[in-house]
Design a protein around this ligand. Structure first.
Ligand code: OAD
Length: 235
């Protein structure tokens, strides 16, 4: 472990579960009987924009009342204290990594607290509702949508993520079911490129067999313990 320099960490909904944010595929992962896929596609938005905007307005409001948990805080500590390259790639659209203090974070599935104007293509910080069709602060058009990557859309930052995976000595996946690609494939990319791989998840994920090591339990316990190990080994 003392030879590890470059670290890429992938996080998913499980890292925010102990902050009280529902995971997607857990028991509470439905919103008023809608499957996530029914409100998270461009087709759903075209068919019933009010339904989709209301769904994201509720999620946007909800996350602002939540706080980072021990897993977010430990990752922020690692980001602060790790002297070598490190990247946290999150599938989460909440801002809890940042509110915990992490800086080296990429949101590959977008961010709840951004709105994307389909008229001028500019993204703006957005904390309020979108259901009332507010004007874009940049161009004035009423064409804002959540800046969240929907099924069938291209995730963000793929070039940066693959560049980091190519350099990684260690790839760590935290709190993700391994059900959604391309993120679910990163473990195999990282392995093929020579990185050691570690899973930290409540239970075996769909990709568990691809990891060199898997530890199962709540992120709020596993992540602080792993961060302690890393920083102690790094000296
Ligand atoms: P999922 O809901 O699919 O998986 C969450 C994972 O976290 C599961 O494997 C749980 O066992 C685990 N988990 C739950 N509580 C945990 C805890 N306290 N500690 C550790 N692990 C825990 O969420 P994601 O894998 O993040 O995409 O989902 C991936 C993508 O699917 C999301 O980003 C979203 C969704 O559709 C888009 O919206 C594009």
């Amino acid at each position: 472990m003392s030879k590890i320099r470059n670290i890429v960490i992938l996080t998913g909904a499980g890292v925010s579960a102990e902050s009280g944010i529902d995971t997607f595929r857990g028991g509470g992962g439905l919103w008023e009987q809608h499957r996530v896929e029914d409100v998270a596609t461009p087709e759903a938005f075209a068919r019933d924009p009010d339904l989709v905007l209301r769904f994201y307005d509720m999620r946007r409001e909800a996350i602002q009342a939540k706080a980072p948990n021990a897993a977010h805080l430990a990752l922020a500590r690692l980001d602060r204290e790790w002297p070598d390259p490190l990247l946290i790639v999150t599938q989460n659209v909440d801002d809890l990594h940042e509110r915990a203090g992490a800086k080296r974070v990429l949101h590959m599935h977008g961010e709840h607290l951004n709105a994307w104007c389909r008229a001028c293509d500019v993204r703006s910080r957005w904390t309020g509702p979108l259901i009332s069709r507010p004007a874009c602060p940049r161009c004035g058009e009423k064409a804002l949508r959540p800046d969240v990557v929907w099924f069938g859309e291209m995730p963000y930052y793929m070039d940066e993520i693959f560049a980091a995976l190519r350099e990684a000595d260690l790839f760590v996946s935290i709190g993700t079911s391994g059900a959604v690609y391309p993120a679910a494939g990163f473990v195999r990319n990282a392995r093929d490129l020579g990185a050691a791989t570690l899973e930290l998840n409540l239970e075996p994920s769909q990709g568990s067999l691809w990891f060199d090591e898997a530890r199962h339990g709540p992120a709020g316990e596993l992540v602080p313990a792993w961060v302690d190990e890393m920083l102690t080994a790094r000296g």
